[in-house]
Design a protein around this ligand. Structure first.
Ligand SMILES: *[C@@H]1O[C@H](CO)[C@@H](O)[C@H](O)[C@H]1NC(C)=O
Ligand SMILES: *[C@@H]1O[C@H](CO)[C@@H](O)[C@H](O)[C@H]1NC(C)=O
Ligand SMILES: *[C@@H]1O[C@H](CO)[C@@H](O)[C@H](O)[C@H]1NC(C)=O
Ligand SMILES: *[C@@H]1O[C@H](CO)[C@@H](O)[C@H](O)[C@H]1NC(C)=O
Ligand SMILES: *[C@@H]1O[C@H](CO)[C@@H](O)[C@H](O)[C@H]1NC(C)=O
Ligand SMILES: *[C@@H]1O[C@H](CO)[C@@H](O)[C@H](O)[C@H]1NC(C)=O
Ligand SMILES: [Cu+2]
Length: 555
């Protein structure tokens, strides 16, 4: 395209000239793949897997026409970390912002990528994404605050030989509660970039910006490059003041991203290993389960300077000393939000319901409803939309527009959980250590420029405190990002500014998708008027998470 030279000096104009449509046509299909040498059906896109990385510039419009070609499962796509400001119906969460897309049905996602950073997309439907339906979503910053020569994306995940439908049946069974403390099925492998032998080709003497994305189901990951220093500069789409990792270690949980700069060696005389391990501590339940003796949580990849040279074995790591991500400072130095208008305290833990091990928030496990919660907010009327009862057992939290909201997450469970909020990046005001106890006032060391991110790890028998401004009218999930735990009910639903979110609207496409799935698209959680909730989902079926296709019959 010809752009007159004088226009290049007027940056606003250059941006509007540069913004473009990124239009993708995606058929979600089963594909056979063997990322760790074991072949199994995985969920791919346009008959290919791994799923493609989306690259866009800040300000671009993303249009994705999705067809569900799976034949035997419903689907949907969520854009993890994207706020969906004024486009809350595009969040892609089944039973929340849309109905599940039935086999043979289609959906168009259409929204502006107004945030630069490292994001990802994944199915937010029936615990499906660990079967492969997830990928990187990179929104390039036209003016990154740091210099680098090249970019690399590295995804990290746990991997299973069985499909999620089977793993979830096992996990949410009465037998698992009675005989295995309700434990999660163990991963069969750890994958780096969806493989166990990935090679990242690099050139000497350059600075690389490496975007790590933990696209996993369950455990977090710890990783390092042999003999290359890392400096963290981005987390969850937020540029931060450069943080040299030094001799310490970094880890990310499922849902989180971390962008680091590395400088490559001056010559190409050797290749170097990249070592990754899954957080094995998360695999012990009440210390009653140990993993098998020969269990391998590790994976290796390589920085390849010269393909003709050997690939070295990974370094041996004996001890971890993790950096604390609460110490990071956002590059733009945004001050702490205060004063707090609305504090919410969540007590999170585990229970057994009808023989099934479930997670709870203030004693209540999340059960998805037939009517997507956003559609309930849009159709019950002003008399009811601020009344949490109309939303059913979705752990509803109603917020008023523009309030500074503080959410305290107390974790009564003997394991850590990565909490993710849709629709926002939040400030992390404080986080306790393992066994650090429950919220009992503020620490002395609260930062005046707290770290901002969209997923935070909350330690065992500890707590975290997050803050955000309720300036994005919509319905947003707040949930543990471990997909097993999502399906075991570890979710709350934020109904943000129910009066203002009425500007969103249900389209004919939305109604067609609900009709095809066989779900009502209006009314309260039961699809009825007012507070008549007779028929709402309020029952846990062993082996069923509430969003399978076709929907189960109530016993
Ligand atoms: C999508 O994939 C399915 C399964 O392969 C196929 O049946 C269907 O025709 C495809 N749709 C389009 C539009 O190509
Ligand atoms: C769905 O189809 C895939 C691919 O053919 C198959 O492997 C899987 O077992 C099916 N799942 C169910 C629940 O029928
Ligand atoms: C690693 O994965 C990313 C994201 O899917 C992809 O863009 C990139 O090409 C992959 N690189 C290698 C070396 O496999
Ligand atoms: C696990 O074993 C300990 C003893 O080591 C026991 O006190 C505890 O009750 C067991 N946990 C569960 C969930 O059964
Ligand atoms: C995984 O890596 C760690 C750290 O280097 C090492 O101690 C351990 O033996 C490795 N495990 C396996 C099964 O290779
Ligand atoms: C802040 O104080 C708390 C409680 O004393 C401690 O657990 C935490 O590590 C401290 N954080 C930093 C960043 O120093
Ligand atoms: Cu969890």
């Amino acid at each position: 395209m010809f752009v007159p030279l004088f226009l290049l000096f007027v940056s606003g104009i250059v941006q509007s000239v540069a913004a473009k449509d990124v239009h993708l046509r995606w058929n979600i299909t089963w594909v056979n793949a063997a990322p760790d040498g074991y072949e199994r059906p995985v969920i791919g896109i346009n008959n290919e897997w791994p799923c493609p990385q989306i690259d866009a510039e800040q300000g671009d419009r993303l249009i994705v026409d999705v067809e569900n070609g799976l034949g035997n499962q419903s689907t949907g796509l969520h854009w993890h970390g994207i706020h969906q400001y004024t486009t809350g119906t595009m969040d892609g969460t089944s039973s929340v912002s849309q109905c599940p897309v039935a086999p043979g049905s289609s959906i168009r996602y259409d929204f502006i990528l107004d945030q630069a950073g490292t994001y990802w997309y994944h199915s937010h439907n029936m615990g499906q994404y660990p079967d492969g339906l997830r990928g990187a979503l990179i929104v390039h910053d036209p003016n990154p605050p740091f210099d680098f020569d090249e970019e690399i994306t590295i995804t990290l995940t746990d991997w299973y030989h069985e499909q999620m439908t089977e793993l979830l049946d096992q996990y949410q069974s009465v037998d698992n509660t009675e005989n295995n403390f309700g434990e999660e099925p163990l991963p069969d492998a750890s994958l780096i970039n969806d493989s166990t032998q990935t090679q990242f080709k690099v050139q000497p003497g350059k600075t690389y910006f490496i975007r790590f994305i933990c696209i996993g189901n369950w455990p977090g990951h710890t990783f390092l490059f042999e003999d290359h220093e890392m400096t963290v500069v981005e987390i969850d789409g937020v540029w931060i003041e450069p943080y040299p990792v030094g001799d310490k270690n970094i880890r990310i949980t499922t849902g989180q991203r971390m962008g680091v700069l590395i400088k490559t060696k001056d010559d190409a005389s050797k290749n170097y290993a990249f070592w990754d391990t899954m957080d094995i501590n998360m695999m012990f339940i009440y210390e009653n389960r140990t993993v098998p003796d020969n269990y391998n949580p590790n994976a290796t990849a390589w920085l390849v300077y010269d393909e003709s040279l050997p690939l070295p074995p990974p370094p041996v790591v004996n001890e971890f000393d993790f950096i604390d991500d609460v110490e990071f400072v956002p590059y733009n130095g945004d001050p702490i939000l205060e004063p707090v208008d609305h504090q919410i305290i969540l007590h999170t833990g585990q229970t057994v319901e009808n023989g099934v091990t479930r997670f709870t928030i203030n004693g209540q496990t999340y059960i998805p409803q037939q009517v997507p919660t956003l559609y309930t907010a849009l159709t019950v009327g002003s008399e009811y939309y601020s009344n949490p009862d109309v939303y059913g057992d979705v752990n509803p939290i109603v917020l008023e527009y523009n309030d500074v909201v503080e959410i305290v997450i107390n974790n009564y469970h003997d394991n850590l959980h990565p909490w993710h909020l849709h629709g926002h990046q939040f400030q992390v005001i404080q986080r306790s250590a393992v066994d650090g106890g429950y919220f009992d006032g503020y620490f002395a060391n609260v930062s005046s420029t707290p770290v901002l991110r969209d997923t935070i790890m909350v330690q065992n028998y500890g707590h975290a405190v997050i803050r955000f401004r309720a300036d994005n009218p919509g319905v947003w999930l707040l949930h543990c990002h471990i997909e097993y735990h999502v399906e075991a009910g570890f979710t709350a639903t934020i109904i943000e500014a129910p009066d203002k979110l009425q500007d969103l609207y249900i389209t004919p496409q939305d109604i067609r998708i609900c009709d095809a799935y066989g779900s009502p698209s209006s009314g309260n959680a039961a699809g009825k008027e007012g507070l008549d909730l007779d028929g709402a989902n309020d029952y846990i079926y062993p082996g069923d998470s509430g969003a399978s296709y076709p929907p189960p019959e109530e016993p």
